[in-house]
Design a protein around this ligand. Structure first.
Ligand code: HEC
Length: 149
């Protein structure tokens, strides 16, 4: 018996959506006061903004500008600017560690971008992309493991 193509496609589409479903089920959702959830969401949007601005600056070859945005918007400086400490009491230890690690990855990205200003284009590209991936892996890792409600 042959399986119709459309069914195979549907099964494939379903399979592709499954990891997300599994992640959602495994996520630890932490109950927090509404104002903390809203404040967290705002800080998160600022970080996505910063990430976007960093990538746009890199695309324009403006590594110095990208470095500044990375430190101010994603790095350890960002953590202090956003008042990250106010969220700590609500975060399970692993979640807090992921947050800290992602801010450190942001600061390392800023350093990679500063270095990139002085490097040959090819070399700069590789180290910057690697440092960027470390940041987005941090974002993704926490979203996959934790949520606020
Ligand atoms: C330590 C955990 C953690 C890290 C790291 C993290 N996030 Fe989040 N993020 C959250 C939580 C919690 C929410 C709230 C939504 C939820 O419960 O899933 C959220 C929500 C968001 C939202 C949705 C905001 C809204 O308006 O609802 C965006 C956008 C976002 N994060 C971007 C990022 C980006 C970009 C990074 C990496 C630079 C990042 N996040 C890193 C925990 C994290």
């Amino acid at each position: 018996m042959s399986i119709p193509k459309s069914l195979t496609a549907a099964a494939l589409a379903l399979a592709m959506t499954m990891p997300q479903v599994a992640n959602a089920a495994e996520r630890s959702v932490v109950q927090v006061p509404p104002e903390i959830r809203l404040a967290m969401a705002e800080v998160m949007r600022q970080q996505l903004d910063a990430l976007n601005a960093v990538i746009s600056a890199v695309a324009a070859g403006e590594f110095g500008k990208a470095a500044e945005i990375a430190e101010q918007g994603l790095g350890m400086t960002a953590s202090a600017r956003y008042g990250g400490a106010r969220f700590s009491p609500y975060m399970p230890a692993d979640m807090g560690r992921m947050g800290g690690a992602t801010h450190r990855a942001g600061s390392r990205l800023a350093i990679a971008l500063q270095d990139a200003e002085l490097q040959a284009p090819g070399e700069a590209h590789a180290s910057v992309v690697k440092a960027l991936a470390a940041v987005t892996e941090g974002c993704n890792g926490c979203h996959a493991a934790f949520g606020f409600r």
